[in-house]
Write a protein that binds this ligand. Structure first.
Ligand SMILES: *Cc1c(COP(=O)(O)O)cnc(C)c1O
Length: 363
């Protein structure tokens, strides 16, 4: 079976899930341990400081056995009171908006074109109506490659009074800088299968006291994503329910590697891969969907297909060269393709992908 053939690491460039190194995969075959025993508390205790470093926080980092969407729902159900403003610029930010509505809240989208980001001025203007108590935003919009200026947006919500900022950094965290405490991100979440380069199935989140205060007064925050329970348990290095034990083994091994590489080196590597991808687009006369450089994500790039080719055709053709990339997302499926230059990939392997991709596009 082709799938089990040994391959060079650096061939699977989807913007999630991303390629997982063999050492990380094999860590998951260790035997089970109970979840109310000292070994588990020790494991979570070793994981915590390293996770905090990724998020730039002194707060505990919640570990959820769910995909990232679970904590998006948790963010809204614990942190939003009445009326939500959702910054929408692609499929995942649209999902955040829909989650707010599906949680029984009034929500309004502040929409910009796919491929654009939101400025502090736009947010300031929208909040000046004084009707919102929560804002949802996506840091790195994986459907388009757009990158929102989270620190600037957080200053605006902070100045607006009793308004919290709920941040989805699913394809950002661990590939893009986050300083949750310094920037005043009320809640920020991510998933394991993007820049963390882990298998899917875990989500991580950091809540500031502002969110816990709100959670206390929310009677309909549910059980599985009740942040007060996450908080109470993580203080003891525990999780509210049975943790995904095997994934925690993988997480421990991966966080050790991340620490060894160094966060700033890791971020610089992501930046270098992104810059190389954009330069390659320029060389080939290809259009990056996000025009303004300041709004481009360091982890994912969406490229418009040259005339005569569709996203699915490009994705299929590159597989014959031993690489995988993604088509455009949703309504952009045909007109674009996406490269996930995140996780444990290197500029060298990205270069090999881009060489092969240049051949595919020239046909
Ligand atoms: C992948 C992704 C999600 C969804 O994550 P799941 O783990 O599939 O629930 C949400 N937001 C962004 C920006 C993403 O890239």
């Amino acid at each position: 079976m082709a799938r089990t053939q040994k391959k060079v690491f650096g061939s699977f460039f989807l913007p999630g899930p991303t390629e997982v190194r063999p050492e990380v995969l094999s860590a998951m075959t260790q035997p089970m341990i109970g979840h109310r025993v000292a070994e588990m508390e020790e494991l979570i205790g070793q994981i915590q400081p390293r996770l905090r470093a990724v998020f730039g926080t002194q707060r505990p980092v919640y570990i959820s056995a769910s995909s990232a969407t679970g904590l998006m729902e948790g963010a809204v159900r614990n942190g939003a009171r009445r009326r939500v403003l959702s910054l929408v610029n692609g499929a995942f930010s649209e999902r955040f908006f829909q989650i707010a509505q599906a949680s029984g809240l009034r929500a309004d989208p502040l929409e910009v074109e796919w491929g654009e980001g939101h400025t502090a001025e736009m947010l300031e203007h929208a909040l000046s109506r004084g009707i919102y108590d929560a804002v949802t935003v996506v840091h790195s919009e994986t459907s388009t490659g757009a990158f929102n200026p989270i620190a600037d947006l957080a200053s605006v919500t902070a100045a607006a009074g009793d308004v919290v900022l709920l941040v989805d950094s699913v394809s950002g965290a661990c590939g893009a800088e986050i300083r949750a405490d310094e920037w005043g991100l009320d809640f920020v979440l991510t998933g394991s299968q993007k820049s963390f380069a882990l298998p899917p199935g875990l989500a991580f989140g950091v809540a500031q006291p502002s969110i816990l205060e709100r959670a206390k007064s929310k009677k309909d925050r549910g059980i599985y994503f009740d942040f007060l329970e996450f908080e109470r348990n993580i203080q003891k290095n525990q999780t509210p329910n049975t943790p995904a034990v095997s994934l925690l083994y993988a997480l421990k091994v991966q966080l050790d590697s991340i620490e060894e590489e160094g966060m700033s080196e890791r971020l610089a590597r992501h930046r270098a891969m992104a810059e190389r991808t954009w330069a390659w687009c320029d060389e080939l006369g290809l259009e990056v969907l996000v025009k303004e450089r300041a709004f481009r994500s360091p982890t994912v790039t969406c490229v418009r297909c040259p005339a005569g080719l569709t996203g699915p055709q490009v994705a299929a053709a590159i597989r014959k060269h031993g690489f995988q990339i993604a088509t455009g997302y949703g309504r952009m499926k045909d007109e674009s393709f996406r490269i996930g230059h995140m996780g444990d990939h290197t500029v060298d392997r990205l270069e090999a992908l881009l060489d092969a991709l240049a051949k595919v596009l020239k046909r």
